[in-house]
Write a protein that binds this ligand. Structure first.
Ligand code: PLP
Length: 367
């Protein structure tokens, strides 16, 4: 399948072979226990926590896109903490992005620290310290929300030389935008809540790796701690995957147009989009990413101006999260993270580009 184009791959990802009279994508199998063979006992499906065929089909689909074995979780955080807690032990050190998803840092500063695991925070843009004595390096690129990018090949080989395992949070790029396992990472973690499923109706996460021992540990972790996604959510996610290529193409085209619009305005500062030739992340993004995400970040100077901008806009929904069909904007500081008060993460949806540009122009003029 890897020789086919992205549009073809997502349409066919994880589908069973055609059977006359059966649907293309089988509906969700909603079961807690399954019938057992009274003589043989458990065969493939025994109980819903370790086993669900709808979930397995989704895992096969994402696995084709990441080129690894996938285990799905109830959310991105469930997947990330499953990796951290199945790898890290008391006395270990983990390197985390200082500018990445803030709940991961909060987890490190609370639960991990209490378990005796030390965290070193490193900015995604570097400089990277020596990884001597580090057990796991978690990278997030492009980083959410600041959109810095790190050189995955270079950082992975430095980490491997020091004996560390390399994990990459691939949420923002999605597997169509970037394949970390090909670039040298050992394992991918991601939230499927964002662009991967893209309809703002599902929370999902996954771990992907070609390290069988790690897959076994994560599978055991999930079976014993129970952070599984439900069958209906897995089915919705799988159904949504088929349009990933189209959705990302429009989101990225909209982001390119929005970035160009914002770059030409004197009342917007700190503009970031890794697809802009002037962006600090442009060169590395171009060398390792297959497409640039639909997220643009910038600063409007104050919380009040962001509020006026969002009130004046007809098309931009005030919402957190990103990667969905609808254009949304989030003033991150309202959630207590460490961004400036006027910092906005704008997630471009799939609306018509001209409508979006007209709406943004009017809303910024009005703000
Ligand atoms: C949203 C997000 C997460 C957490 O995912 P949930 O599905 O909300 O648990 C982790 N990493 C990144 C980069 C994210 O954007």
């Amino acid at each position: 399948m890897t020789t086919k184009g992205d549009g073809t791959r997502v349409v066919h990802a994880g589908l069973p072979s055609p059977v006359p009279g059966r649907p293309f994508l089988p509906g969700p199998v909603l079961a807690a226990p399954y019938h057992l063979d009274p003589v043989e006992g458990p065969t493939e499906n025994g109980y819903g926590r370790p086993d669900n065929p709808t979930r397995r089909a989704l895992e096969a689909a994402i696995g084709e896109l990441e080129d690894g074995t996938v285990r799905a979780f109830a959310s991105g955080q469930a997947a990330i903490t499953a990796l951290l807690l199945s790898v890290l032990r008391s006395g270990d050190t983990v390197a985390l992005p200082s500018d990445g998803y803030f709940t991961v840092r909060a987890f490190a500063e609370g639960t991990l620290r209490d378990l005796g695991v030390a965290a070193v925070l490193v900015p995604t843009a570097g400089p990277y310290p020596s990884f001597e004595g580090v057990r796991l390096v978690l990278l997030e690129t492009p980083a959410n929300p600041g959109l810095d990018v790190c050189d995955l090949r270079a950082v992975s080989s430095a980490a491997h030389a020091a004996g560390a395992l390399v994990a990459v949070d691939n949420t923002t790029a999605t597997p169509l935008g970037q394949r970390p396992l090909e670039l040298g990472a050992d394992v991918v973690v991601a939230s499927g809540t964002k662009a991967l499923t893209g309809h703002s109706d599902v929370l999902l996460g996954y771990v992907a790796t070609n390290d069988e021992g790690l897959t076994d540990r994560v599978t055991t972790w999930r079976a014993q701690t129970g952070g599984i996604p439900g069958a209906f959510d897995c089915w919705l996610a799988h159904r949504s995957l088929a349009t990933l290529d189209l959705r990302l193409a429009r989101q990225s085209a909209n982001a390119a147009a929005v970035a160009e619009l914002l770059a030409g305005r004197g009342d917007v500062t700190g503009l970031r989009w890794p697809g802009l030739a002037a962006d600090a992340s442009y060169e590395i993004a171009r060398s390792q990413m297959r497409r640039i995400p639909g997220i643009v970040s910038f600063d409007l100077g104050s919380a009040e101006r962001v509020a006026r901008f969002l009130t004046a806009s007809e098309l931009v929904f005030a919402a957190t999260s990103f990667g969905g069909l609808h254009t949304t904007a989030d003033r991150r500081a309202q959630w207590g993270d460490d961004t400036p008060p006027g910092f906005v993460r704008l997630s471009c949806g799939i609306e018509d580009t001209a409508d979006l540009l007209a709406d943004l122009t009017a809303a910024l003029d009005g703000a």
